[in-house]
Write a protein of this length. Structure first.
Length: 510
């Protein structure tokens, strides 16, 4: 739980700790440059506080606060340095942690304090009276040095329950009862805050329950980053508080920036956003079942709990073998493809047949578009592949080399190219690009970003049907294509060829 000093009506302060607590998630590491860019995005979003790190804890955080002073021009957010109370039986004026907090030169600081008696007596090995003094002395010292002080009362709820006559309560009831009691005790002169971790999957729910009970300061991280299972996900709790509970969390008009900021942070940290993430995920407003799509065609809010554009997202219609005519027609309209009844029927028939063979068009947006274009009468006349061959040799030294030869026609001209590569797929990609590059020089902008292989029927061992997904980008848009075959080279070739066709098809300068 967090406390600050003034009450602010129905406004709920948003305290982002992505740059401190969020960096403790396994597998994530950010450079100082990354942290500065993320801070800019958080300010763009409009959070009240950005917790930048623990000055003095490591060179990276020290450099961050040094550079932030001159390189960050925050317009809506306040940068916060994080630390702890003075050490047991120590003095505030010579405490290294408190000195580092002042040296960070932020207008606000946040200190963590032990509020569970078990932590005080066992972890700090001091008395409860000294534990209280550590908090009071530290807050007073920082405040006297011109800092706004936020105090994180670590494991507050565990400590409260240990010292209060509480039995087993459901998580939400426990949170609300405790917060309400503290609110009654401290009155209206302090802002109470909540800082939850998601070990039981209840961080967002507990944070919302705390706000219902009087809290007006919520801490969390973008995309739920954080140690163990993460922190309260701000991309979920902010729109819940604003759209469901009527609390203002961000400056007016900033909520529509939520999805773009969420994706930006995910890209900087190279940690893909969960497509099922509420509000900001790519599937948050995606519709697959024919019943849903038909209803949305008549009343858009029938299966969308909010307007996707409010949070910067959008409606998507996912097409699979389950799709009905309405789904296909709406997807065609989304793509700008004129499709009559026979064309729609052709798409449905193709989807059922191909997905039975192992295709998965939900995951391959570009291949789906090409399938729909072919059903509508489009023919691929950019290039025509005459043949493709791959040879893999083992040299005398035991090394493997791979060579691919591609024969392709562009108009009435035939191109033949042979290339070596790091494996067959890379060799094929290199040879095909070389064959096409003279006629389509902007193909150099297209590059593969991911290559995924899945075995569909492992029981047949090395003869199994293979599904290949290829992600590509031209710097402006990204897309995914798919290939399926018992031959992994053929499956890869199909996905690769469609990827280049799609990239050329959407190159406006061809």
């Amino acid at each position: 739980m967090t406390t600050t000093q003034t009450q602010n009506g129905d406004m709920v302060e948003v305290f982002d700790t992505t740059l401190r607590d969020g960096m403790q998630v396994e597998g994530v590491s950010a450079t100082v440059e990354d942290k500065l860019r993320i801070a800019e995005q958080l300010d763009f979003l409009g959070v009240h506080y950005i917790e930048g790190g623990w000055p003095g804890a490591n060179p990276k955080d020290e450099e961050f606060f040094t550079r932030a002073a001159t390189e960050l021009d925050l317009s809506t957010s306040t940068l916060v340095a994080f630390g702890s109370t003075r050490r047991p039986r120590g003095k505030v004026d010579d405490d290294a942690t408190l000195r580092n907090l002042l040296a960070a030169n932020t207008s606000a600081v946040c200190i963590v304090a032990k509020s569970w008696d078990y932590h005080v007596t066992s972890a700090l090995q001091t008395t409860l009276d000294e534990g209280i003094a550590m908090v009071g002395d530290s807050v007073r010292f920082l405040h006297e040095n011109g800092r706004r002080v936020l105090v994180d009362l670590e494991h507050f709820f565990d400590g409260y329950k240990r010292n209060a006559e509480f039995a087993l309560l459901v998580a939400e009831a426990a949170v609300m009862n405790i917060v309400a009691a503290v609110r009654a005790h401290v009155g209206v002169d302090a802002i109470l805050g909540i800082h939850c971790h998601d070990d039981t999957g209840c961080a967002v729910a507990n944070s919302m329950a705390a706000v219902r009970a009087g809290v007006r300061h919520v801490q969390g991280t973008l995309n739920g980053l954080g140690e163990r299972t993460g922190n309260t996900n701000l991309t979920t709790v902010i729109p819940n508080l604003e759209l469901k509970m009527g609390h203002a969390c961000l400056p007016a008009g900033h909520l529509s920036r939520l999805t773009s900021v969420s994706n930006h942070v995910a890209e900087v940290l190279n940690r893909p956003l969960n497509p099922q993430a509420p509000y900001v995920g790519s599937s948050a407003f995606a519709h697959k079942a024919g019943l849903h799509v038909s209803a949305i065609a008549r009343a858009k809010d029938a299966y969308e709990h909010v307007d996707p554009e409010v949070v910067g997202n959008g409606t998507r219609f996912v097409v699979s073998e389950m799709a009905g005519r309405a789904t296909i027609q709406m997807k065609a309209e989304e793509l700008g493809l004129p499709m009559d009844g026979p064309a729609v029927n052709q798409v449905i028939d193709d989807l059922k047949r191909l997905e039975h063979e192992g295709y998965h068009f939900e995951a391959a947006d570009a291949s789906l578009e090409l399938l729909m274009r072919r059903a509508a009468g489009w023919t691929q006349d950019l290039f025509r592949v005459e043949s493709m061959r791959v040879i893999t040799d083992e040299t005398m030294s035991g090394a493997f080399t791979t060579e691919a030869t591609v024969k392709v026609w562009v108009g009435d001209r035939r191109y033949v190219h042979t290339s070596e590569g790091n494996g067959p797929v890379n060799a094929i990609d290199t040879a095909l690009r070389a064959a096409l590059l003279e006629r389509f020089p902007r193909l150099a902008r297209v590059h593969l970003t991911d290559y995924k292989v899945r075995i569909l029927d492992g029981a047949t061992a090395t003869g199994a049907v293979t599904r290949v997904l290829i992600d590509a980008t031209n710097g402006d848009r990204t897309w995914t294509t798919i290939g399926v075959s018992p031959n992994i080279i053929e499956a890869s070739w199909r996905a690769l060829e469609e990827s280049l066709v799609y990239g050329l098809l959407h190159d406006t300068e061809l």
